[in-house]
Design a protein around this ligand. Structure first.
Ligand code: SF4
Ligand code: SF4
Ligand code: SF4
Length: 160
């Protein structure tokens, strides 16, 4: 007979601690230990970006849309996993990869057009198309730039 307790512990240990889970989490460790995988946060999310990740734990899929920082996921959660709304939601930031069209001398400003805090500036240099550069100070990790990128070159990552 399968020992469900063991399977549960195993799953929690195996979970990827680096992936972007939810905004306002107290910390990843207590989240992994305390989340019951009930799905209430996912049901509450106004942009439907919370999906089941590894081990069935909620994770954010920015290819579906952006986080509006509405705090509904935190409010819906029956566990004590989140900080107060006044706190900074997370230290996630956008990171543009080498697949960006500008690296291939193709003009594109889709990400910049979507960025409300105007964290993406385009740097001009002679004879080259403008290159997007992210101001880490201004980027709030909302992920609005991810889905619009035609070459899926933008990742949202925890700032170490
Ligand atoms: S803050 Fe709102 S938009 Fe962002 S993940 Fe939570 S419910 Fe979704
Ligand atoms: S609502 Fe809370 S306990 Fe339920 S899946 Fe989301 S984070 Fe986990
Ligand atoms: S994650 Fe949001 S704030 Fe950051 S660069 Fe992308 S659109 Fe702008």
């Amino acid at each position: 007979m399968v020992d469900l307790t063991k399977r549960r512990l195993f799953t929690r240990q195996e979970v990827d601690k680096d992936s972007i889970r939810l905004p306002w989490l107290k910390d990843t460790e207590s989240f992994i230990q305390g989340c019951t995988r009930c799905g209430d946060c996912s049901d509450a999310c106004e942009t439907n970006i919370i999906v089941k990740g590894d081990g069935g734990f909620p994770t954010i899929d920015f290819s579906r849309g952006e986080c509006t920082f509405c705090y509904r996921c935190a409010e819906a959660c029956p566990e004590q996993l989140f900080t107060a709304v006044e706190q900074r939601p997370w230290n996630a930031k956008a990171n543009i990869q080498a697949g960006c069209l500008a690296h291939q001398q193709v003009e594109c400003r889709s990400c910049g057009d979507m960025c409300e805090p105007m964290a993406i500036q385009f740097q001009l240099s002679a004879g080259r198309v403008a290159m997007p550069v992210i101001s880490l100070e201004d980027c709030n990790g909302c992920g609005a730039c991810v889905a619009v990128c035609p070459s899926t070159a933008i990742l949202i990552e925890h700032q170490k």
